[in-house]
Design a binder for this molecule. Structure first.
Ligand SMILES: Cc1cc2nc3c(=O)[nH]c(=O)nc-3n(C[C@H](O)[C@H](O)[C@H](O)COP(=O)(O)OP(=O)(O)OC[C@H]3O[C@@H](n4cnc5c(N)ncnc54)[C@H](O)[C@@H]3O)c2cc1C
Length: 491
């Protein structure tokens, strides 16, 4: 049997690619090394808690009024998902200035709060919002394979190669406002002095109009819906099937760790390119390797999943997100984020948005700290446990102090994920959580434009290290985008 497509990895990109191909009547096989689908979007059980590994902000989903790309695609695949919109509801603490901010409700409320902080800023914010719409539309046009016109989208071209921080300064935004408007990017590992303005504006548009959501049910339920859609249309998926070798001939041969071999006309990898070229395709593919070398590995990090035996109201955890930064100046803050004991992190309390996130009278708190260097690389196996427990202990203490709450005495369950955990799941380089870093010269726009140049005949890439970068929405959309291009090419 020769498959039309063999997909390696059943993460968001792989599953979306599989569904699109199977709905287009292709013969498809997905090989997944784990026993469950979803990759980083998964769920694990500890005691009476079910923790979602990621997805505490699902971008580009939207509501009924503003339907985002992810929702549109799920509707196209006829997959129903139950979601709850995440409000801007967050508390932010900046250690160096001892300032604290509380953001509430919708973006309109945030604008009013920023106007209070810096009277007169409202007009500039309106201008920025207008630009975000223009940029977002231009990116959509580009994704449709067309070219946005210079007359209609002047700001897209004007700012194409500029960094977000430079544009915001050029627009004369006060520093404090720039800082507050940078929290989401620091959390995602992109300081504003390195992030392209186009990525910044496109993402801000999603935050403002295409509301972030969380799933009402657990990640694994969502993963299973995707698998069911794929299988019920005739798709094959084999779990516990780690691919160890791709023989890159006209008809590709994919070999699993058990020595099984599968033939396919085209291979789609839901994997980091670096890993595929280093470990799976033995022959060297120089041009693609060169492009890969020019990229920067995205942030890695530690995530602490806490099951607390009190209701969130009782614990005083009434915000969805809690941020602590050493400084909100993202360019400066990032310099401090390269050691295991820095003090920038974010905490999520899913129960604030979804009361069923954990059993009655309990709360889930997820703390995430990211690093830009491979800070774990010198970590020997013998003190690994101590190091990760120390990080957890420190972050929990910092959280208690920053927001005046008691956590430790209510911990019923705790699980700690490190870059090693992520590397084990995804085979990403250094356990990167976010694929490759989106930087000026490696922005989404550059990736979309250079997509055809990057291709190795018969091998394509989807997922976080591909086209649009990391994120559930991006990884999922990349599966659709890439397979649609392939279907058209092969027509
Ligand atoms: C802690 C954390 C929190 C996050 N939070 C959010 C969030 O709130 N919102 C958001 O949008 N994004 C979030 N992300 C990012 C998001 O989860 C990822 O960008 C996205 O899920 C990646 O999807 P992917 O398609 O690249 O596949 P991956 O999730 O990387 O999956 C790849 C799959 O390939 C399989 N595989 C690997 N090697 C092989 C092999 N050799 N053979 C067979 N199978 C193999 C793996 O088992 C895995 O199932 C978060 C990530 C992390 C780590």
């Amino acid at each position: 049997m020769i498959y039309d497509y063999i997909i390696i990895g059943a993460g968001m990109g792989g599953l979306s690619a599989g569904i699109n191909l199977i709905l287009n009547k292709k013969k498809v096989l997905i090989l997944e090394k784990n026993s469950l689908p979803g990759g980083l979007v998964s769920t694990f059980k500890k005691g009476r808690f079910e923790f979602d590994t990621s997805g505490y902000d699902i971008y580009n989903y939207g509501n009924e009024e503003h339907i985002g790309k992810l929702q549109k695609l799920l509707k196209k695949y006829e997959i129903d998902v139950d979601t709850k919109v995440v409000p801007f509801n967050s508390r932010i603490k900046e250690l160096n200035t001892k300032k604290e901010y509380e953001l509430k409700g919708e973006f309109e409320d945030l604008i009013l709060e920023l106007e209070e902080i810096s009277p007169g800023v409202i007009e500039k914010l309106k201008e920025l919002v207008k630009m975000t719409k223009e940029v977002h539309e231009a990116v959509e046009i580009l994704l449709d394979g067309k070219t946005p016109s210079e007359e209609e989208y002047p700001n897209f071209y004007k700012y194409l190669d500029k960094y977000a921080l430079d544009v915001l300064k050029e627009m004369k935004f006060p520093k404090e406002v720039i800082n507050i408007l940078s929290v989401w990017w620091l959390d995602l590992g992109s300081p504003l002095n390195k992030l392209s303005f186009i990525d910044y504006a496109d993402f801000l548009e999603k935050l403002i109009f295409k509301k972030n959501v969380i799933l009402n049910n657990k990640n694994l339920d969502f993963d299973m819906k995707l698998v069911n859609k794929y299988q019920s249309n005739g798709g094959k998926i084999y779990f516990n099937s780690k691919v160890i070798n791709i023989i890159n001939e006209d008809i590709k041969i994919v070999e699993t760790k058990d020595g099984l071999k599968y033939k396919g006309k085209h291979i789609i990898c839901d994997l980091a390119k670096y890993y595929v070229f280093k470990d799976l395709i033995k022959e060297e593919i120089k041009s693609v390797n060169r492009l890969e070398n020019a990229r920067t590995i995205g942030a890695n990090g530690v995530v602490i999943y806490l099951g607390l035996n009190r209701a969130h109201e009782e614990l005083g955890l009434n915000n969805y997100k809690y941020y602590q930064f050493l400084t909100l100046d993202s360019a400066t803050n990032i310099k401090y984020m390269n050691s295991l004991n820095h003090s920038t992190w974010v905490g999520y309390v899913p129960n604030v948005v979804n009361e069923d996130a954990s059993p009655k009278n309990t709360t889930i708190l997820v703390l995430k700290q990211i690093y830009f260097e491979d800070v774990f690389k010198n970590q020997g196996a013998q003190d690994y446990e101590t190091v990760k427990n120390d990080i957890a202990d420190r972050l929990i203490s910092q959280f208690e102090e920053a927001f005046g709450v008691d956590i430790k005495e209510y911990i019923e369950e705790i699980a700690i994920s490190t870059p090693f955990t992520i590397e084990r799941i995804t085979n990403s380089v250094n356990g990167s959580m976010y694929g490759y870093m989106k930087k000026g010269y490696d922005s989404s726009i550059h990736r979309i434009i250079s997509y055809d140049e990057e291709k190795v005949p018969g091998v394509s890439f989807v997922g976080a290290s591909g086209l649009l970068g990391s994120g559930i929405d991006n990884a999922f959309y990349s599966g659709y985008y890439v397979t649609n291009k392939l279907l058209k090419e092969k027509e």
